[in-house]
Design a protein around this ligand. Sequence first.
Ligand SMILES: C[S@@+](CC[C@H](N)C(=O)[O-])C[C@H]1O[C@@H](n2cnc3c(N)ncnc32)[C@H](O)[C@@H]1O
Length: 222
Amino acid sequence: MKLSSRLSAINALITQPYDVIWDCCCDHGLLGMAILKREIAKKVMFVDIVPQLMSELNYRLTRYASAQSGSDWQVLCKDVGSIALAENKKQLVIIAGVGGELLLALIQQIIANHSQQVLAKISFIVCPVHHSYSLREGLDELNLGLISEQIIVENKRFYEVLQISFASTIKITATGSAMWDLSNRDHSNYLNKLLQHYTRMAQQSPQRFEKVINDYKLLLNG
Ligand SMILES: C[S@@+](CC[C@H](N)C(=O)[O-])C[C@H]1O[C@@H](n2cnc3c(N)ncnc32)[C@H](O)[C@@H]1O
């Protein structure tokens, strides 16, 4: 099945081999299956919390994947916050398609459950549905650094894709530092949409959201 432009953009960020790539919150596993076909990881882990989805995916991979890929794979039905990262392996953890607050909570749990030594070899690709400002604030508080960031438009919706790791010393800013090109119509539409959204939110909670609005407005000054 063809990947959406959002999942294709995530897939395209994987340019080097890994020991393990985790497709977390994988749903039907489309992204992980595309990664499996590329044989760019020794093992692809598929994780989702919904048992039926995971048993269907397990069935599908058992029937088709072994013939199509030399890479190993495993399906886990569990909370992504409780995954166990292996020691001494170069690993990429992808979490996409869930809300920014949940995404941050999952990363906080993964970090709390692993040693510095394990975490030093991990990188993440994250793509939240909404709430990227607070997600970014939280990622910065965890001392994660930026590798790359981009804006993706799919079905008139806007997404931010961030590639991050503890090895990077580039600060993750709340509004984004490397992804904006306001001469691009999609980007200016996205910024307008964010400003409209937070202006509505500021009517309920001015103290919190006026700062968010001002931070986004600073982008207009270049
Ligand atoms: C919209 S799908 C995202 C699919 C794919 N990652 C994407 O970006 O298109 C969200 C998935 O997250 C899963 N999910 C939500 N919370 C989870 C958790 N704590 N642990 C594991 N999976 C979770 C849901 O079951 C659902 O299948």
